[in-house]
Write a protein that binds this ligand. Structure first.
Ligand SMILES: [Zn+2]
Length: 243
């Protein structure tokens, strides 16, 4: 099993999350906007540089902007300024991008490619590989106790049903969300498939899920997975059909 995690929004609670990943020797990627138009706090430049020493940092636009609602010019600006300001802070190139709210269309995707990003992460769940499009890298499951209705909606919306059904089934039929997630991971522990957990540290804080996260990461680490950041996934698990 290849185990990766990704965390959106650059909230200061990312530091607590990063310390937990470090403790269990697990890798991760953090997608950080420069500021958040929804009013949520974003970590300062010093904290970003500290995180960058141990994890991958990717861009999440300048203002956490929902790109499909913008004009073409505003969309290009959000993508480019978010990338360049993050690169100025970190002092190196940033190749990873994540669409705020998972919202994108063909024009937005094109704009991300033109900005010289290497890949973009989306929010299609229930995948056990890195998908078929490096500008819509899917995930396996969000670290959050979603209702069955929300899980169904994500399953229906993103197609590729036969490929995604096994992971969907393990999570959607479980009585307890955390044991269902553990079962999902354990079922893949002897395979070469990818488990990609994503989430928001602010959401873990707001819903008091830290002990569950600690429990889950401990469980995963005991399965001894290969662990890598999203930008390293390419070498472990070829991204196919790159367009
Ligand atoms: Zn976000």
């Amino acid at each position: 099993m290849i185990f990766t995690t990704s965390w959106d929004d650059g909230h200061p609670c990312d530091e607590r999350l990063a310390a937990m990943l470090d403790h269990y020797g697990l890798a991760g990627t953090f997608y950080i906007p420069i500021k958040n138009q929804e009013g949520r706090q974003v970590m300062d430049a010093l904290a970003m540089r500290e995180l960058d020493r141990r994890f991958e940092i990717g861009s999440h636009t300048l203002d956490h902007a929902y790109l499909t609602k913008l004009t073409a010019e505003q969309c290009d600006f959000q993508i480019l300024a978010g990338k360049h300001q993050l690169e100025d802070i970190l002092g190196h190139n940033v190749g990873g991008f994540c669409y705020p709210g998972g919202k994108f269309n063909a024009d937005v995707r094109e704009s991300v490619i033109n900005a010289q990003f290497v890949y973009a992460r989306g929010i299609s769940n229930f995948w056990l590989n890195s998908g078929i499009d490096s500008f819509n890298i899917p995930t396996t499951i969000q670290f959050y106790p979603h209702s069955r209705q929300v899980l169904w909606r994500n399953f229906i919306k993103h197609g590729h049903y036969s490929e995604r059904f096994p992971a969907f089934k393990s999570v959607a039929v479980g009585m307890n969300w955390l044991s269902a997630m553990k079962n999902l991971v354990e079922a893949q522990s002897e395979t070469e498939r990818v488990i990609h957990i994503w989430g928001h540290s602010w959401e873990i804080e707001d819903n008091n899920l830290w002990s569950q996260l600690d429990d889950f990461l401990n469980f995963v680490s005991e399965l001894n997975p290969v662990t890598c950041r999203l930008d390293e996934l390419r070498s472990h698990n070829k991204w196919s059909n790159e367009k």
